[in-house]
Design a binder for this molecule. Structure first.
Ligand SMILES: Cc1cc2nc3c(=O)[nH]c(=O)nc-3n(C[C@H](O)[C@H](O)[C@H](O)COP(=O)(O)OP(=O)(O)OC[C@H]3O[C@@H](n4cnc5c(N)ncnc54)[C@H](O)[C@@H]3O)c2cc1C
Length: 392
């Protein structure tokens, strides 16, 4: 290949155009910075954690009130961006139903936090649940929390819309892989796989599940990419019980399953939230396993009996990029004064994209966001090598 190495200079280079990197680039540009955004495989590509069809946005987070606030902050920003892009269909206000059980501490704490935060919700009794949703089988000790304003972000297309808007505002998007930087102190430039040198004042590595491969010495063993399998079941022709408004998005805490109604005729989506085996995002098999298929079918038949013979019309294999607790990582690299690490979405990060971007941009530019004050739970120091999931 002919050499075409070039050197270009920006205020900030953002590496990774998943939901975290896309919103970070967008926010930095909004603050006036010149920004380049890189991705090895493309925004919300099929290997990326952001590359799925859809992601839940909900406000309930147990006692972890910072995530309730971040999600409440994020939803209007998502809607605003979609409105600017003329793509309001990328948020679907399906409502989100938490299916809880008697004495469940997480759900009880969620009630308190939602009330304290002043977001809309309804507490539903077992009778309310069975009356409203006769197509779902509830245990006798079930009760519910319904968030009417929450719903689903159409994930892959949403990230692509953020990148398109960022480009419209002047962000330079470059489809290229960035090589791991070496050294310490002040990083002057990065080198891409195609041989370009990119100089910048600051660098943000938002590489999701790849981040431990980019910085193995500090993040190897501190970010745990786990295999997650997702299934879409084809609903019977003409049956509207599994589409909005009859069916909300739901989370079933006892069985650790969650799902979404049939959106855009794509099928009724379900996924097991339990962490799967550790995987490498470049090489893991993207084919569903017989074990996960059987578990999904068993769950469907038990909780949604009208779908017991429904065919799987699509399956996807993705990965969570978990930190030890489930708290995000948004912090400075310990060896480079001008390199920032933004990752650790831990299976719940997508909805927070606008808040992560705003928080990260404030850190990079040395300011603070009034709405999202500095929080030590996002520091590298809190990220351990043993997983004890505390955020769901
Ligand atoms: C199955 C599943 C279901 C989920 N459900 C929800 C949900 O319902 N609600 C919710 O809020 N969250 C959910 N999440 C979590 C959420 O999707 C992730 O936390 C989020 O997408 C992570 O985004 P990211 O930008 O950090 O990573 P990614 O989307 O993986 O982006 C990282 C990007 O970096 C690029 N990259 C890596 N290395 C390099 C390099 N060296 N050079 C250039 N580019 C590079 C990659 O190509 C990739 O595009 C779910 C995740 C999964 C997998």
């Amino acid at each position: 290949m002919a050499s075409h190495a070039t050197t270009q200079t920006y205020d900030v280079a953002v590496i990774g155009a998943g939901v975290f990197g896309a919103w970070t680039a967008y926010s930095l540009r909004k603050s006036g910075a010149t920004v380049a955004l890189f991705d090895a495989y493309g925004p919300a590509n099929a290997r990326a954690s952001s590359g799925g069809e859809s992601r839940i946005i909900r406000m309930g987070y147990g006692a972890a009130e910072v995530y309730t606030r971040w999600s409440m902050h994020a939803l209007p920003l998502w809607k605003e961006l979609f409105a600017q892009a003329g793509r309001s269909e990328l948020f679907q206000q399906t409502g989100v139903l938490w299916i809880a059980h008697e004495g469940e501490p997480y759900a009880l704490a969620t009630l308190d936090t939602l009330a304290e935060a002043g977001t809309q919700f309804q507490k539903l009794s077992h009778t309310d649940l069975t009356r409203r949703y006769p197509q779902i089988v509830f245990d006798n000790d079930s009760w519910g929390i319904f968030e009417p304003q929450s719903g689903v972000l159409m994930a892959r297309r949403a990230v692509q819309a953020v990148v398109a808007q960022a480009q419209k505002n002047g962000v330079a998007y470059r489809p290229d892989a960035v090589l791991s930087p070496t050294g310490e102190g002040r990083l002057g430039h990065i080198v891409t796989a195609s041989g370009d040198n990119i100089s910048a004042g600051s660098f943000v590595f938002a590489c999701g599940p790849w981040l431990p491969k980019v910085f193995p010495e500090i993040l190897g063993g501190r970010i745990f990419p786990t295999r997650q399998e997702i299934f879409f079941f084809g609903v019977p022709s003409g049956d509207s019980r599994f589409a909005p408004p009859s069916m909300p998005t739901w989370l079933q805490m006892r069985d650790e399953f969650y799902g979404m109604p049939d959106l855009e005729s794509h099928g009724f989506k379900i996924a097991h939230d339990h962490h799967g085996p550790l995987v490498d995002p470049d090489t893991q098999s993207r084919t569903a396993t017989p074990k996960a298929i059987a578990a999904a079918k068993e769950f469907i038949a038990r909780r949604f009996p009208a779908l017991k013979d429904a065919p799987i019309v699509e399956s996807r294999v993705c990965q969570y990029e978990n930190t030890s607790s489930g708290d995000f990582l948004i912090d400075r690299h310990p060896a480079f004064e001008n390199v920032w690490l933004v990752a650790g979405g831990s299976g719940h990060g997508f909805k927070h994209g606008p808040s992560v971007g705003e928080y990260a941009a404030a850190r990079v530019t040395g300011t603070t966001s009034a709405a999202l004050p500095l929080d030590p739970r996002f520091s590298l120091a809190t990220k351990q090598t043993i997983q004890e999931r505390a955020v769901f």
